[in-house]
Design a protein around this ligand. Sequence first.
Ligand code: AMP
Ligand code: MG
Length: 335
Amino acid sequence: MKKTRIFALAAVLLLTACTPDAPYQANISFFSMDTYMEITAYGHVGTSLDDCKDEINRLEALLSVTSPDSDIGRLNASGMTDVSPETAEIIKYAQRIGGETNGALDITVYPVLKEWGFTTGDYKIPDGDTLNALLQKVDFTQIKADDSAIPAVTVPDGVQLDLGALAKGYASDKAAEILRENGITSALINLGGSIMTIGGNPSSGSPWRIGIRNPFSLDENIGVIEVADKAVVTSGSYERCFTADGKTYHHIIDPATGCPAESGLVSVTVIGGSGIMCDALSTAFFVMGAEKAAEFHREKGGFDMILVTVEGEILITEGIADTFTNLSKLPLTVL
Ligand code: AMP
Ligand code: MG
């Protein structure tokens, strides 16, 4: 009799632990890649969140532009260095997107960024001659990476790289890979605004609802997008900027002018299966503007996007017309 009662109690406890209403949730937050990161995962998480953190810190040590010991730091100092195959792959990927976006994404824009002070916070408006001289060094096609087991990368004198436009997206892909390998089927990875989702939200049994920041009122969301197993990456002029003589200058540089891009957009969100793709494209589209981004979408596809224009219009692609909710009073157009 007593035995039966113990068994019944154990069964109830087991059922409670397994009920879909109360999934085990684990969370980790840390600072890496110059930003605050947070990962939430559900289920039997084990050490996988710590593994994600270690992986992201490993990538920072490999790719950071400010660390003299990273692959990028060594390349920028010497113009030629052996790098890990992974670094070479990311460089080649950036070159590919650079080509497809007609140079809107250019990972050699770093000397220009430095001149504006975006790397140190010591902001200034460079004069035209200085910018023109620096622009001679901006050309991603000048980077040569060979295909050997330990790839050698070379750049001409004065050319310097910065993978800041796509490193976080790449890191989000790697974190998702680790979680999936550990059997996690539900997680939200937020690497300072580069978001990657695994599955849906187990609490509600529905997709993740990701808020898109309102560039005109940063405490609010302009809308919400529902996603599962997708990256959601935003580039916004509000992220890093300074004001001088009544004009605001931001950190996304148009490689054609050497100045902060003035394409008529204030934010670009790209939604798709790959974090590195969404990150690279969001930066590139910010430079290209709405018309060229829409043209790119029509020609290549494989992603969706939310564009917010300087005039206060929201443009979204048809693929998310049913999953994006406009929370603002701004007019919305489906491209
Ligand atoms: P994101 O926040 O992903 O749009 O990336 C912006 C960062 O990428 C900047 O802080 C710079 O480090 C770098 N960057 C700025 N403009 C460009 C550009 N046109 N191409 C590539 N990287 C850029
Ligand atoms: Mg980016």
